[in-house]
Design a protein around this ligand. Sequence first.
Ligand SMILES: Cc1cc2nc3c(=O)[nH]c(=O)nc-3n(C[C@H](O)[C@H](O)[C@H](O)COP(=O)(O)O)c2cc1C
Length: 333
Amino acid sequence: MRSTGFTLGNHYIDQPLALAPMAGITDLPFRKICKRFGVGLMVTEMIASRAIEQKRERTQKMAIVDAGEHPVSIQIAGSDPKYMIAAANWAVEHGADFVDINMGCPVKKIVKQVAGSAMLRDEKLVATILDALVKAIDVPITLKIRTGWDENSKNVENIARIAEGCGVQMLTVHGRTRAQMFNGHANWEDIGRAKSVVSIPVIGNGDIVDAETALEMVRISGCDGVMIGRAVQGNPWLLGEVSAALTGKPIPSKPTAEERWAVVEEHMQLLVEHHGEYSASRLARKHVVWYSKGLRGSAEFRGHFQRIEDWQAQLETAQNYFLGLQNPVPLAA
Ligand SMILES: Cc1cc2nc3c(=O)[nH]c(=O)nc-3n(C[C@H](O)[C@H](O)[C@H](O)COP(=O)(O)O)c2cc1C
């Protein structure tokens, strides 16, 4: 099955594959690593519209986009049109080709402010925000949602229709309700329900783990592209596999031990450049350990690596582990 690209504003998205926004994970270093494996559409981590107003250094950093990662979307969250318009303008000033609106975040802190997935319970507010943003902002506004608040109040079709009616130019659907959080399974039929009522591109999201599941989601939902999040953590090669599968190209071979280490090392260097050594070593505890997932000796490596405080020592320990693996890279027994 081949999936062709689609047009979004002035951009043609030739690879119908997006990296999912993940707060605390899809920072600039991770996005730079992912881009080369075949991401057609990049999305930043969510930025709260009120945080932008406070002009914190951390927030500014989250909106730094690299020249090589376009087309890129900066994702914002909030429920007050005034702050959302200011945030969207700020995103465009920072280089966003599109502004993505978060109506999927399930976490309590966001939901309590009636933002993220809580918006799905108030269709009138959804329309008000989207209408105001589309009218005020020159670049395409896109929307990311869940399928509804809970099993009894799924409204994915209504929200899709409202979004298209307001002039939203692309919709991403994570096939879970808010009540599911990250439990159970994403319902790919529900993604198809959104697709069947609109003519804007619909991106399917939730539970893709390999090329086969990506193709299966496209087959079941008819979505125009796919978005992958958790399965890319420590495995950016997955993007190359899915991209090839979607565009009908041969699936690239798995990385050798040397290729894997080259990516881990570069990722660690990028973390230092972007965050400084202290934060980089904390972030490396997540990312570097993810790169070892499923490989022989990963449990011992994880236990050891996570106790190291110093970034330089982390680098040496990681090098010993990843280059100590023979080719082909041995999987855990
Ligand atoms: C740690 C983490 C952080 C996330 N942060 C965001 C976010 O900032 N904005 C957003 O729209 N979704 C966020 N998500 C949801 C993902 O974008 C995606 O919808 C979800 O993980 C399902 O896709 P997957 O099964 O491919 O991971 C986050 C998910 C995780 C696991």
